[in-house]
Design a binder for this molecule. Structure first.
Ligand SMILES: Nc1nc2c(c(=O)[nH]1)N[C@H]1C(S)=C(S)[C@@H](COP(=O)(O)O)O[C@H]1N2
Ligand SMILES: [Mo]
Length: 403
């Protein structure tokens, strides 16, 4: 037998020297399988939010190369993509929290950096986590119309760019973690003999993986169902957390920005309001009475706000295409719409010819069977199929061909 060497450093001391007294985590819920299963649900929610976000973004800010290829149908297209965008983002919040809890012990992995590749991987995770949190927090605050960032940064552009960065980091993450994900999908129980499975199960204590995943799923389902009623009529009664109750509002439609907030006064619209139509072969100047005397068209079209709420409504007014014909504006002209609003973000709007010429695109005078109220855009407002609420300009004063 060899004598123990008194000068030898005990093994556990070596490990203490190498690894500072970082916390150790024993819950088996910090394992690859839990991370993979929750990560999959989170990945699906993020993919849905990203794709629908891109579609919604293009519909609101069409790049010039796409501007004339946007479909005006189905009329509920934007309502659907933006509703799904907000719903999947909402569902992602509890999923992200569960996922972060599952993997956070890795923050304390030792050594912190093993190689250049490992450093890059950790950096990509930093970007991924920061980006994901940023997107979900800003999206949630925006859907609640709580613009805490004021003028610090523009929400739309920032939310859009950070989405690309986050998805880039996600792709790197999926690539790096592919082997771990493959292991995570393998059900270890299936590979063990029956007796050993029982043995493993008996030794288990604490929360089971199944219970943890079920709880996460219930949390994600609950917050989603409790908010999605702002765009899904049938879920309105259970939508106790939605920022908007779409059943409440003048003429059965919520108002996002009131006339008062937009600086539109009753006096300003009733005095001698006339609609100007410029840029064609005939210049038009029509009073509300004259507009109401023109052939009227009806359409059932949703108002779908970027913030996630949406509601179908019945509109009546003058077909925009008819107005343009009256003014001698050619079919291939895009149209600029100018509101009486002096300097809001939505005071001026551009309508590509595809929307201008859609037979359901209206200069609406009536909403749900009644004259528009001032808050809904009286004397006249735009309503067009498959466009974001922000482009449904209220208090229209002038329409002009863009030449
Ligand atoms: N001129 C003008 N039009 C506007 C707005 C505005 O602020 N100014 N808000 C838009 C937004 S964000 C939405 S969602 C719809 C809402 O229409 P509603 O208030 O009739 O429901 O109007 C749009 N039209
Ligand atoms: Mo909106």
């Amino acid at each position: 037998m060899r004598k123990p060497n008194p000068k030898a450093i005990p093994k556990d001391l070596v490990s203490i020297l190498r690894r500072p007294p970082l916390p150790r985590f024993r819950s088996r819920l910090h394992d690859e399988r839990t991370a993979t299963l929750i990560g999959t649900a989170l990945g699906v929610a993020f993919a849905a939010a990203f794709v629908t976000g891109l579609i919604s973004h293009v519909l609101q800010h069409p790049p010039s190369w796409l501007a004339h290829h946007l479909p005006t149908r189905p009329s509920w297209g934007y309502r659907f993509t933006q509703g799904l965008h907000v719903a999947s983002g909402t569902a992602a919040i509890p999923l992200l929290l569960a996922k972060l809890w599952t993997v956070y012990p890795r923050l304390f992995a030792w050594p912190p950096l093993k190689s250049v590749a490992h450093a890059l991987e950790r950096l990509s995770i930093l970007v991924l986590v920061a980006g994901a949190i940023f997107e979900l927090v800003t999206g949630l605050l925006n859907s609640a119309q709580w613009y805490v960032w004021g003028n610090q940064f523009p929400f739309i552009q920032t939310h859009y760019r950070v989405a690309w960065i986050t998805v880039g980091a996600l792709v790197v993450h999926l690539g790096v973690k592919a082997p771990a994900i493959a292991r995570g999908y393998r059900n270890p129980k299936k590979e063990l003999p029956q007796a050993q499975v029982r043995d493993v199960e008996e030794r288990r204590d604490g929360v089971s993986r199944r219970a943890f995943i079920a709880t996460t799923a219930v949390a994600a389902g609950t917050v989603t169902v409790a908010t999605v009623g702002q765009s899904v009529d049938s879920l309105r009664p259970v939508s106790v957390l939605s920022p908007r109750d779409i059943g409440v509002g003048e003429l059965g439609v919520p108002v996002n920005r009131t006339a008062g907030q937009a600086g539109i006064t009753e006096a300003a619209v009733t005095a001698d309001w006339r609609l100007q139509v410029d840029g064609g072969t005939r210049q038009l100047s029509l009073s509300r009475q004259e507009l109401a005397a023109l052939p009227q068209t009806s359409a059932t079209l949703p108002i779908a706000c970027v913030e996630g709420w949406s509601v179908d409504a019945h509109w009546q007014g003058v077909r925009i295409s008819d107005l343009m014909d009256m003014a001698g504006i050619p079919h291939d002209a895009d149209v600029r719409v100018v509101s009486m609003e002096e300097n809001g973000a939505y005071a001026v709007m551009v309508m590509e010819r595809e929307y201008v010429r859609d037979p359901a695109a209206l200069l609406a005078l009536r909403l749900n069977g009644q004259t528009l109220t001032l808050d809904h855009g009286y004397p006249a407002r735009i309503i067009v199929p498959n466009r974001p609420g922000v482009l449904q300009t209220k208090w229209v004063r002038r329409m002009e061909a863009i030449v």
